[in-house]
Design a protein around this ligand. Structure first.
Ligand code: UTP
Length: 291
């Protein structure tokens, strides 16, 4: 019997340099996608997948995130006084939606190091990792899809998507082969962070959703800085692969890199088009543009 995945780690200690100057003061996790900060999409995905405890790895200048998932006394009192019931509900819901904890990553030493900062709070149980700037629109929550595979196969699972061509060099890439029973599952034998196109072992690119066993913590403790001189999560998972099974899973849905300016624009247009209250108006507006 596998242990239930109850906790999710959100590494949010990075500097967000790809989105400067917006991220000089505002954490990139707090940039709005239509009307919610991008991190809230990931939190809602977890809650819809049965996760109960959210662990944010933060850094200097990230306190807006803590304020967001808390009560805002002045705002709530003002909305109450003015009888703005729906808005008050919206504001309070964010504060009560999840059990949250924060760990401060004192230096941005890399994604692997950020995940390691959650070791004490996660303890000896499997856990999810979500990179908040990867926003996924899916028929079933993406992290829930990975948890299902974890429960079936009893091994760590990484979300993947197929990338053809040189764009693969921006990702961690899996080596291995597709599973005979389920072609969405990839039996992993290796992985490499940001390979040159000619060296990429497959077209299976890792995106920001993982379900990992707690053994990865021990391995991250001894992982040396790798690509970009950062402690890479991929290197920790590679060490895990020497001891346990690791799977890729081509999730159903579409991922947007909202930590990138162009990715955020794509997500904004597509999420806005799906919003009932203004999708028609927005569609008409887009059609009216002299493109
Ligand atoms: P990114 O490389 O996308 O994030 O890291 P970044 O460094 O914030 O952004 P750019 O590239 O400068 O624009 C992937 C994830 O890992 C987290 C980031 O916050 C992001 O969610 N991260 C990265 C940490 O938490 N700590 C680190 O030391 C590095």
């Amino acid at each position: 019997m596998t242990q239930r995945v109850r906790k999710a780690v959100f590494p949010a200690g990075g500097l967000g340099t790809r989105f400067l100057p917006a991220t000089k003061v505002v954490p990139k996790e707090m940039l709005p996608l239509v009307d919610k900060p991008i991190i809230q999409y990931g939190v809602e995905e977890c809650l819809a997948s049965g996760i109960e405890h959210i662990i944010f790895i933060t850094g200097r200048g990230k306190s807006a995130m803590e304020d967001h998932f808390d009560f805002s006394f002045e705002l709530d009192a003002n909305l109450e006084r003015r009888g703005k019931k729906e808005l008050l509900e919206l504001s309070r819901r964010v504060a009560t939606m999840a059990r949250v904890s924060y760990v401060r990553q004192k230096e941005p030493l890399g994604l692997g190091h950020a995940v390691l900062c959650a070791k004490d709070l996660v303890g000896d149980e499997p856990f999810a990792v979500l990179l908040p700037d990867d926003v996924v629109d899916a028929p079933r929550p993406c992290i829930g899809q990975l948890i299902d595979v974890f429960n079936q196969r009893n091994g760590s699972v990484l979300a993947t998507m197929t990338i053809e061509g040189p764009a693969i060099s921006a990702y961690g890439v899996l080596a291995g082969s597709a599973d005979a029973q389920n072609p969405r599952i990839y039996n992993c034998t290796g992985m490499v962070e940001k390979p040159k196109f000619e060296d990429a072992p497959s077209t299976q690119a890792i995106v920001g959703r993982y379900v990992l066993t707690p053994r990865v913590f021990e391995l991250l403790e001894t992982t040396k800085p790798g690509a970009g001189n950062e402690i890479q999560l991929t290197d920790g998972i590679l060490a895990l692969l020497a001891q346990e099974k690791v799977f890729g899973y081509t999730f159903e849905g579409k991922r947007y890199d909202a930590g990138d300016k162009f990715g955020m624009l794509q997500a904004t247009v597509e999420f806005a088009l799906k919003r009932e209250e203004f999708s028609e108006k927005f569609r008409d507006y887009l059609k009216s543009l002299p493109l």
